[in-house]
Design a binder for this molecule. Structure first.
Ligand SMILES: [Zn+2]
Ligand SMILES: [Zn+2]
Length: 121
């Protein structure tokens, strides 16, 4: 039975370390896989959120819908160049009003709150 002890000693010294190493690696792999799954779930949730969100009502003149009046004229204050250098680059600005004549961005959905019609008690 001497060989048996020899095998046991070999196993204890080298084998345990090897097993522990493998278990550690397996656990780490599982942990990483779990993190990846969580990341994927988070991205999916963000994508769903983005799909449900109404688009920002921003006009082609880069100004928000709130800056436009009922006729569609934009009232945002902008810098109007009043002087140019020889390279046609504006060097002086003056305060002015945006030239936009019509809001062309996405229309936000009306956010009217309506009560449920049925009585649910
Ligand atoms: Zn504008
Ligand atoms: Zn506009």
């Amino acid at each position: 039975m001497k060989w048996f002890w020899l095998v046991m000693v070999l196993f204890w010294t080298g084998g345990f370390a090897w097993i522990a190493d493998n278990v550690r690696t397996a656990l780490r792999n599982r942990h990483e896989r779990k993190l990846q799954l969580m990341d994927a779930a988070k991205e999916e949730r963000l994508a769903v959120d983005a799909a449900h969100l109404a688009p920002e009502p921003v006009c082609g003149c880069t100004h928000h819908l709130a800056k436009h009046d009922k006729q569609g004229h934009c009232h945002e204050r902008v810098e109007v160049p009043t002087a140019w250098d020889e390279n046609r680059k504006p060097v002086r600005y003056e305060a002015g009003q945006c030239n936009c004549q019509q809001y062309v961005g996405p229309q936000p959905l009306s956010q009217v709150y309506a009560d449920d019609l049925t009585d649910r008690i």
